[in-house]
Write a protein that binds this ligand. Structure first.
Ligand code: GUN
Length: 287
């Protein structure tokens, strides 16, 4: 079997076209959605992610503010800026790009963001709401994965879903979403014993561990839906290109559906950030 390829780029473009009307409606009510993105340090990957997020806002008509700090910025400076943004009526979403430089305690920073502006869904209040099945803001990457599964009519109730990766950004929130959707969920990590024994049971296999081509064909059940969240840069001697956590060429011969890298989950993450920012502005305009 050769898998159908899930085109995240096309789906994200469809969603983004629909966002424009919602943004225009809000702007007409004097409530143009606004997103502030904070970047501390000069991590090259983070710089690219932040640039993509800001450009996507502009294309959708969302007001965006990019705030950059040198790598040695004092955490108190960033906390002060967050307090200012929490009180700024033009700003409906605040995102602090992770990872933060080593002098930061990420938790303290994320908890300083007002939960109603936490469009990343990382604040404990939003994580708790998600755990209870009453989500306020769903973290963007897991939200994008769920949207892709829904767009493809992948049924989840009673299915075996296996996630490799237990991060707060992807693995854990995605596990909650899949549990809430009625799937039987297993969360593995790099230390899981006999990992392949788990992954081979998966109807839906999600790789989110950040290791290039880690998931090989022998780890995949024939006909599985395979979602690749990884974005890894290959060494220059291997071409320097982006690749996912899944050995795409081999696994596509086994799976029924598979997401490519690039052009799979990545564009959906940005689309869902826009969705959360618009949703935040809509809530504000109704309040
Ligand atoms: N770093 C990697 N992914 C993310 C994300 O979704 N949000 C933020 N803030 N930082 C990230």
């Amino acid at each position: 079997m050769t898998a159908a390829i899930l085109d995240g780029k096309a789906l994200a473009e469809e969603l983004r076209a629909a966002f424009k009307a919602r943004v225009a409606m809000l702007a007409a009510q004097g409530q143009r959605p606004g997103l502030a993105v904070i970047l501390a340090g000069e991590d090259p990957a983070s710089e690219i992610y932040v640039r993509n997020k800001v450009n996507a806002c502009e294309a959708a008509g969302i007001f965006s503010q990019k705030i950059t700090y040198p790598v040695d910025v004092a955490p108190a400076t960033v906390l002060l800026k967050i307090a200012e943004l929490n009180a700024d009526p033009r700003i409906h979403g605040i995102l602090v790009q992770l990872p933060l430089p080593q002098q930061f305690d990420a938790k303290t920073i994320l908890e300083a963001i007002a939960p109603e502006k936490d469009v990343d869904g990382f604040h404990a209040a939003n994580v708790g709401a998600l755990a209870q099945g009453i989500p306020a803001f769903i973290p963007c990457t897991p939200y994008g994965v769920m949207k892709m599964l829904a767009a493809l009519d992948v049924s989840l109730a009673g299915k075996e879903a296996v996630i490799i990766g237990r991060s707060n950004i992807v693995g854990k929130p995605l596990a909650l979403l899949l549990i809430n959707a009625g799937a039987t969920v297993t969360v593995c990590n790099s230390k899981t014993r006999d990992l392949a024994q788990h992954t081979r049971r998966a109807d839906i296999l999600i790789a989110a561990l950040g290791k290039p081509r880690f998931v090989t064909a022998d780890m995949v059940k024939p006909g599985a839906v395979v979602i690749d969240v990884g974005i890894n840069r290959l060494p220059l001697e291997e071409g320097g290109k982006l690749c996912g956590d899944v050995d795409f060429e081999a696994v596509k011969e086994i799976a029924s559906l598979i997401t490519p890298v690039p052009g799979g989950v990545g564009p959906m993450t940005i689309a869902m950030l826009l969705a959360n920012t618009i949703e935040s502005a809509e809530r504000k305009s109704k309040s």
